[in-house]
Design a protein around this ligand. Structure first.
Ligand SMILES: [Zn+2]
Length: 316
């Protein structure tokens, strides 16, 4: 199943947040697949925004009350952490609008995990807010939608998160570090954000290891596919997993234009082989897929190819 609705965005610019993301990337993927594969957009009337109780499954009390606050100063604190926005550029009304859109977006992420656990594989053309930690929004991620979905619908299930985004899935690693049933595998840049964050005074947080981190220094792309195959094979041998959650970040693409993702540069051909390896390894398991990062005008090509391949192979 494919989950998509154009109003889920997230439409950051409309709400005064400046991020170099192509806000139409999900729309473009959907346009490409809707006719040949007869997929339909969601009816959002059937969804309710994530509630305080949902957010509290993962995040601490202060973080949740700031996100949900109807006080400008409090909501600003969560936006400052997630989007590094300055006070003079903060528009409370617009921020409330984005917050509410994201809470609905997060509910659809949870639905994707629920469907994948109970019915069939699912790909949400959105989601993947993997940097938000238990007590802190970070890296364009106001809260961790995947972690919330897993806690809400997947308790007692054995779940593997495979994070292919250029940036470490540090929030997911932190949130699930003591969780026996949820394992994390992340392939990412060894240097740069978030691992070299100078604000990391306590030496914790983003450096908390995933169950398996596979890290690449600049110029090491040549070993990406081999290490992916080996690492994913190893991770899948840990347990008999009920679900694999994949963050298909496209910011590893050489033409991605996010400055902080420039330390890893995979070609179209590399990414095609990446998909081949991942899908051949997980095809016998249930999967829930999310977009994660992917910036600039070409990221939709990478996502489209993955989705089309999954549809053609009968994996969605
Ligand atoms: Zn990223």
């Amino acid at each position: 199943m494919i989950l998509f609705h154009k109003s889920l965005g997230p439409h950051f610019s409309k709400f005064g947040i400046d991020i170099p993301i192509d806000e139409k990337r999900a729309d473009k993927v959907f346009e490409k697949i809707k006719h040949p594969f007869k997929v339909e957009a969601l009816n959002l009337q059937e969804f309710e925004k994530l509630s305080e109780a949902d957010l509290r499954l993962v995040h601490d009390e202060t973080m949740v009350s700031e996100i949900l606050s109807d006080q400008s100063d409090e909501l600003f604190r969560s936006f400052e952490k997630a989007y590094e926005i300055k006070k003079e550029n903060f528009d409370f009304k617009k921020a409330q609008g984005l917050r509410d859109q994201l809470l609905l977006h997060g509910a659809v992420s949870g639905h994707c995990i629920e469907i994948a656990l109970t019915k069939e594989n699912c790909f949400f053309l959105g989601g993947g807010m993997h940097h938000a930690m238990e007590g802190e929004p970070r890296g364009f991620c106001l809260f961790n939608d995947i972690a919330i979905g897993i806690k809400k619908f997947g308790s007692h299930k054995k779940i593997l998160i495979v994070d292919l985004d250029a940036h470490k899935g540090d929030g997911s690693a932190q949130i699930f570090q003591h969780e026996k049933n949820v394992k994390t595998l992340s392939l990412h840049m060894k240097e740069g954000w978030p691992l070299d964050n100078p604000d990391d005074e306590a030496g914790v947080g983003w450096r908390i290891p995933s169950d398996l981190d596979i890290e690449f220094r600049k110029g090491e792309e040549g070993s990406y596919l081999e290490r992916l195959e080996e690492g994913l094979g190893l991770a899948l041998s840990w347990e008999s997993f009920d679900l694999v959650v994949v963050v298909w970040g496209a910011d590893t693409f050489e033409h991605d234009n996010l400055e902080s993702a420039k330390l890893i540069n995979l070609s179209r051909e590399d990414l095609k082989k990446r998909d081949e390896i991942v899908l051949s390894k997980i095809k016998k398991l249930r999967s829930a897929s999310f977009m994660g990062g992917g910036y600039g005008s070409l990221s939709h090509e990478i996502f489209s190819r993955t989705v089309v391949r999954m549809l053609k192979e009968g994996l969605l």
